[in-house]
Design a protein around this ligand. Sequence first.
Ligand code: ADP
Length: 451
Amino acid sequence: MSWLLTRTLVAMLAAVVGVMIGRAIGGTFEEGRLGGLFGGALSVAAVVLVDAWRGQQLLSWLRGAQDRAAPRDAGFWGELGYRFERAMRLRDQAIVTERVRLQQFLSAIEASPNGVMLLDGGDQIEWCNSVAADHFGLDPVRDRRQRLTNLVRSPAFVSYLQKGEFDEAIQFGDALGRRMFSVLVRPYGEGMKLVLSNDVTERERADAMRRDFVANVSHEIRTPLTVLAGFVETMSDLPLTEVERRRVLTLMAQQTDRMQALVADLLTLAQLEGSPRPAADRWVSVAGLLQRASVDGGALSAGRHQITVRGGDDAEIAGSDTELLSAVANLVNNAVRYTPEGGRIELRWQWREDGGADIDVSDTGPGIAREHLGRLTERFYRVDGSRSRDTGGTGLGLSIVKHVAQRHGGEIDVHSEVGKGSRFRLRFPAARVRQRGADAPAAEAASGAMA
Ligand code: ADP
């Protein structure tokens, strides 16, 4: 109320000054009194005018953008301006705080690996994160306020949204059929919807692979089992001579061997997939490894092929002895099984310039047509099914080799030409190979050896 007191005092002062001026001008008492009243009224009018001018100043500041400070004044209008300005500043701060919070919230949703979209009551897009935009083929900015059903091509999704039964998620594919999405809608507020989507392409692919795998295994086991069942029936129903009995037993043994080989390979694969990578601090002698694989191959070949080993004398690979032997032996085993009698098979160790090294298993066999090369390491993929089975193949050998290579930081590379033989190469990185006795990383050892 201090502003009222000031104003009253100023008005009184103005009246007194006015009266004094009036008296000074007027001569008689009456004229002096009139002059005093007039002077007082003028002074009060002057105060009111000044007030009105200051009020106008404040009003025009309020009407404007308030981009400069409110008019400063020690009195009534000054305080009013200050209060207005403070209230506006607090409001602006609150808006900024809320905006930051909203932005943080949206950034958190944006960081989600799943698609998130908000639809209003008319199924128009209120907001969506970039993952949802990618899933539905939208532009998060341009397509805002557009009706989702006008933009999404999948009829399954459109009818799901229109039906309004959102108890379960729906799956649909993109236009090219390359990706699969699972979408769940959750209604909220007044007719609004939260649309959650995720990419299930990999999961679906893994499921399909698992289904294929089970079907393949069942098929692989059923065939020898059917043969065995037939022989059992033959033996129990027919009176066989000793020679026939022996022949049937040999054939039965072949089928059980086949099943045993399949089960052994399946167990090896399961173990490779389910165990941690072999530690990189156990060093395996390459010479010993190649020698053992060559001896195993020689036993299988029984002198029908010429098997040679080259290089690798002082080399070592870090990893699992059993796994590495199984990989190299599988390659040699294939070379022996697919290369006709009289062919040559070579096991060779070679340092690379980048410090890594390769184990090559080459043969002079029939070779493999180019279109099969990319699929050879798939489980149960065979170029020639009957040849593979006749020679005791399970269709899992190269799949095992690929796993072993990958578990040792390497890869398998196949080079083959029909009629000219094949070369299967296991490539190991520098970190996994070294020269025997060298503590230094293999790269240095390798360059030393090549120099
Ligand atoms: P399998 O048990 O049938 O040999 P693999 O996974 O070891 O299964 O090999 C997959 C296929 O690759 C084989 O069925 C065969 O057709 C082809 N293959 C593998 N190694 C050779 C090779 N050295 N020469 C020719 N074909 C080969």
